[in-house]
Design a protein around this ligand. Structure first.
Ligand SMILES: Cc1cc2nc3c(=O)[nH]c(=O)nc-3n(C[C@H](O)[C@H](O)[C@H](O)COP(=O)(O)OP(=O)(O)OC[C@H]3O[C@@H](n4cnc5c(N)ncnc54)[C@H](O)[C@@H]3O)c2cc1C
Length: 136
C-alpha cells in the first residue's frame, strides 16, 4: 500500500530505511511528476483486496516518523495498493530469486524464474547471463 504526500516534495532523493521482515521498510520515492509517495508497507493477505484503507495510516505515520520525525501527517493521502506474490510466508524466512533450469526440474530448454523481487530490474542483465548459461 502507498500513501502520497501532497504539496511540495520534502526531499529530492529516494530514502530507504533499514529493511523489515517481508519488505524494504516504508520508503520514500518520487513519481515521474516529482510527487513524493511513501510505501509500500507489508501486510500478509489471503484474499484479493486492492482498496487503500485509512486504517493503515497510523502504522505508516509510525514507520515514517522512525526516520523523519517532522512528518506532517495531514499531507498523507491514500494512493494505491498492490499484491506481491512471495516464495515464503510470514514465518518462512527470507526467500527470493529462485532460478531453476533443466538441472533442477529436468525439462530441457526451460528456465523458471520465481520471486524475482527488487532489485530484479537492476540485476536483469546478470539474470539473463545466468539464464543463457543454463540453456547452453
Ligand atoms: C513496487 C515495486 C517496486 C520495485 N522497484 C524496483 C527497483 O527500484 N529496482 C529494481 O531493480 N526492481 C524493482 N522491482 C522489482 C522488479 O519490478 C521485478 O524484479 C521485475 O519486474 C521482475 O520481472 P519479471 O519479468 O520476472 O516479472 P513481471 O515483471 O512481474 O512480469 C511477469 C509478467 O507475466 C504476466 N503473467 C503472469 N501470469 C501470467 C499467465 N498465467 N499468463 C500470461 N501472462 C502472465 C504478468 O502479467 C506480467 O506481465 C520492484 C517491484 C515492485 C513490485
Amino acid at each position: 500500500m502507498y500513501f502520497s504526500y501532497s504539496g511540495r516534495p520534502p526531499f529530492n532523493s529516494l530514502i530507504y530505511p533499514v529493511p523489515e521482515p517481508g519488505g524494504l521498510g516504508i520508503h520514500l520515492t518520487l513519481d515521474l511528476a516529482g510527487q513524493a509517495r511513501f510505501g509500500p508497507d507489508v501486510e500478509w493477505v489471503d484474499t484479493e483486496d486492492y482498496s487503500v484503507s485509512l486504517s493503515r495510516l497510523e502504522p505508516f505515520v509510525r514507520g515514517i516518523k522512525a526516520w523523519w520525525p517532522s512528518l506532517d501527517e495531514t499531507r498523507l493521502q491514500p494512493a494505491y495498493a498492490g499484491i506481491r506474490p512471495k516464495l515464503a510466508g510470514p514465518d518462512g524466512g527470507f526467500a527470493d530469486f529462485r532460478i531453476e533450469g533443466p538441472e533442477q526440474h529436468g525439462v530441457g530448454g526451460v528456465v523458471n524464474l520465481f520471486g524475482i523481487e527488487s532489485p530484479g530490474l537492476t540485476s536483469c542483465l546478470a539474470i539473463a547471463d545466468l539464464v543463457a548459461a543454463k540453456l547452453t
